[in-house]
Design a binder for this molecule. Sequence first.
Ligand code: HEC
Length: 142
Amino acid sequence: MPGAGCDMIERLAVGGLIALAMATAAAADTPSSLMAGYAQAAGVPVSALSAARGEALYRTEHRGRDGQPVACVSCHTADPRQAGQSRVGKRIEPLAPAANPQRFTDAAKVEKWFRRNCRDVLARECSAQEKGDFIAWLSQIK
Ligand code: HEC
């Protein structure tokens, strides 16, 4: 029965395409998809994310664990289109997607560094709303 054979091949091909599409989707986070995810987690529409609050989060100094003032700016510099420096002097590529298209394209990496850096600077984790605000600000920088 040639018809059945073709049908089988077609089903395999479609299955392969779907698997490929899913694999691609998992790898391809974008600033917009991350903002949508954080807004949803915070229970607000994406339009309620605030670039102004995101910028304030970036610039506001806090008393760090060692009592010295620390902010996101301390490592990422006042201009997120510029490369920054870690405490041990290692280069940090710019945070703004306009200057570094790899930023905010990997949800696991973004979560890892939000957790670590928010604890470091704010002595607590950032909320979903704060993370959404932060990306909203950075992604509108030209
Ligand atoms: C002590 C230095 C330091 C401070 C302070 C700091 N960061 Fe970072 N940040 C890093 C390093 C190092 C990386 C990882 C290296 C890289 O990705 O270039 C990073 C990466 C990130 C990333 C990953 C983004 C991506 O898609 O690659 C985010 C988000 C981030 N930081 C947010 C923040 C926020 C928010 C603050 C302030 C609350 C902050 N950082 C303060 C050092 C710092």
